[in-house]
Design a protein around this ligand. Sequence first.
Ligand SMILES: *Cc1c(COP(=O)(O)O)cnc(C)c1O
Length: 213
Amino acid sequence: MARFLPTIKRKWSVKVTFECPSWPPDWPEIGQAVESVLQSGEWGQYHSETCKQLEKRLAQHFKTPIARLCCSGTAALEIALRTQQIGPGDEVILAAYDYPGNFRTVELVGARPVLVDVSPKNASLDPNLLEAAASPLVRAVIVTHLYGQPAEIEAIRLICDQHDWLLIEDACQAMGMTIASQPAGSFGDLATLSFGGSKLISAGCGGALLTKS
Ligand SMILES: *Cc1c(COP(=O)(O)O)cnc(C)c1O
């Protein structure tokens, strides 16, 4: 997908330069796929062949060794934080304006959200302000490509590497986007995807966690 750079006309007003497909999409193959998993009984299984195939295709697309499905994008972030044993006494940096569930999930695991303002160029964390939030307690930085706008993820990746902070990339609103020829979601040590209602690829509900280890 081409990198989509919108014209910012005024604060938070974005000129959409493409036509959105109709909803629900009029693609017979979607109906056929749904019918086939209903008939095979895979519809109600946790570890179906279809799920395995989806994990494999996600891993390929995002150039990551491991993709795991879970029940939501929010659950993916919770699993990401828990697998890294981030909890009480730890700080996690996020943009001050972000998907609300991200703040709540940091609090859920007992860590402290530390907020950094967004960049005037997009609705994502401003890399120029990131180091001002540094402290010995910081363990991770969560960066969201909000509204399908690319965050300045390469600059943020460099700063995270310098400080030995984990980078958790929220690509829930950017599935299919590329940044410098790399898929959004492939820059983080961990990344989250959502298949919830209103997402670019929706199953009504669902999510995935991408990880390099
Ligand atoms: C939707 C969304 C989530 C969470 O996904 P759910 O599957 O609804 O839990 C996280 N981050 C962003 C940016 C989202 O848009």
